[in-house]
Design a protein around this ligand. Structure first.
Ligand SMILES: [Zn+2]
Length: 219
């Protein structure tokens, strides 16, 4: 059987601010995080939990996968010693245009039509906005135009070869939530932050490299 390797992309957006003076900072160990121009780890610092919203464009059949992915991150972060939840969903089914933009809402959008043809192999894309090295917004776009997804409910209901041709939605969200926290891609074979997620592959469980990385910043 032919397995297509698909890419889940990260786009980094940097907010440029005019600063009267810039304090020089000692470079930080990257710990697999995106780094600022001053070599600082880009993260939410002490501002956890990240408050997410799910746009109404995301079909309700996929909401439980989002909940499971969040539960998993929250549990693993608690085990590492982070107090309280890392992610909470404040609102489900938020209305309005499917037009991801910088608006200070951390929104998950379902893109049925609007996706750059040159980036068709991306299954999803997370955009983080930061100033200094502090993230103040993150948006996740799901590429429904070019990809098909499956859920745990599908696994239980469908014939194996039906869902094996699709992308595991929960694994995808686990990965994108890593980007929301500031994690970059990681080539480690145990990492949920690997660049490629093949159809039919479930990578829902954080690797040691992932929990070590986030502990480096958030503990
Ligand atoms: Zn990615």
């Amino acid at each position: 059987m032919k397995t297509r390797l698909l890419i889940s992309g990260l786009v980094i957006t940097i907010l440029l601010l005019t600063q009267a003076c810039t304090r020089s900072l000692d470079p930080e160990v990257p710990c697999n995080f995106v780094q600022s121009s001053q070599m600082q780890r880009v993260s939410w610092k002490q501002s956890l939990p990240v408050k997410l919203m799910v746009h109404a464009s995301v079909p309700q059949a996929y909401w439980p996968s989002i909940e499971e992915a969040i539960k998993h991150w929250n549990l693993q972060m608690n085990i590492k010693g982070v107090k309280g939840p890392t992610f909470v969903v404040e609102l489900w089914g938020v209305g309005g245009a499917v037009a991801p933009d910088q608006d200070f809402n951390n929104m998950i959008y379902w893109m049925s039509d609007d996706w750059e043809p040159s980036l068709a192999n991306q299954q999803a894309r997370t955009t983080i906005y930061w100033t200094g090295s502090r993230v103040y917004e993150a948006d996740i776009r799901i590429n429904d135009r070019n990809h098909d997804f499956y859920t745990q409910e599908d696994v239980e209901a469908l014939e194996e070869d039906e869902y094996k041709m699709k992308v595991d939605f929960q694994s995808l969200i686990v990965h994108e939530l890593g980007h929301v926290l500031g994690l970059a891609h990681n080539a480690d074979s145990g990492s949920v932050m690997q660049t490629e997620l093949a159809s039919g592959v479930e990578r829902r469980v954080l690797g040691k490299v992932d929990t070590d990385s986030v502990s480096c910043e958030y503990l």
